[in-house]
Ligand binder design. Structure first.
Ligand SMILES: CC(C)(COP(=O)(O)OP(=O)(O)OC[C@H]1O[C@@H](n2cnc3c(N)ncnc32)[C@H](O)[C@@H]1OP(=O)(O)O)[C@@H](O)C(=O)NCCC(=O)NCCS
Length: 191
């Protein structure tokens, strides 16, 4: 039997799609406490993740999952927020985009690292089906480290999801009620 001819692989360097988006935090972005809404930052992260992923893929991309969104420090009105995105890892049709977010006070010259998050994007073809993305050309030791970390993160997440699925199916409320002792909850009905 004739073997299928493997498609030649095509690689794009990490630097080709590295993207930085900088935006001024205006008063309409603030919540009632005067700080910037988390949703504004999430929307900017999604935007920069799309730009970075679509550039690498050469195709339209969609967001599949978002990991590691922890806002560690508030962002203030008047600060300049910069989102630095690069493709950390690629699968066949998916890409992991790492985004580092910093907020800068231009007057005091202070820079805060507010969070680093990971967006998994999938490239879509003309038929709206997942489309193969170019491989990733790792140009620096940091590129290699990020690719390896992404592999580890993917494995750990898959293991966690499997374990949690098993726990969920096994979870018998009455048998596990002891696990609620000491927690900040009250059961308002008879179990
Ligand atoms: C993402 C989507 C294309 C996956 O479709 P699918 O039929 O499951 O396709 P596949 O099983 O071939 O998976 C495609 C890729 O997505 C990855 N993927 C699918 N679900 C995933 C998840 N929950 N987490 C991480 N990666 C995931 C697969 O691993 C695969 O990656 P690979 O090709 O690099 O190995 C589909 O679920 C979709 O279109 N979702 C809506 C996305 C969207 O509209 N987002 C905007 C926000 S609403």
């Amino acid at each position: 039997m004739q073997q299928p001819i493997p498609e030649p692989d095509f690689y794009r360097p990490v630097s080709y799609s590295r993207t930085t988006l900088t935006e001024l935090m205006i008063p309409s972005y603030a919540n009632f406490g005067g700080k910037i809404h988390g949703g504004i930052l999430l929307s900017l992260m999604d935007k920069v993740a799309y730009a970075c992923a679509a550039k690498h893929a050469g195709n339209y991309c969609v967001t599949v999952t978002v990991d590691g969104v922890n806002f560690l420090q508030p962002v203030e009105v008047g600060e300049l927020v910069s989102l630095m995105a690069s493709v950390n890892y690629v699968g066949r049709t998916s890409l992991l985009v790492g985004i580092k977010v910093i907020a800068e006070n231009v007057k005091t010259r202070t820079v805060k690292h507010t969070n680093t998050s990971y967006f998994t994007m999938v490239a879509k073809g003309e038929d709206d089906k997942p489309a193969k993305v170019p491989g990733l050309l790792l140009e620096t030791p940091d590129d290699v480290r990020r690719f390896m970390e992404a592999q580890q993160r993917k494995e750990i997440k898959a293991r966690y999801e499997q374990e949690f699925k098993a726990i969920k199916t096994e979870l018998e409320l009455r048998q596990n009620v002891a696990s609620l002792v000491g927690q900040r909850c009250q059961v308002a009905f008879e179990l």
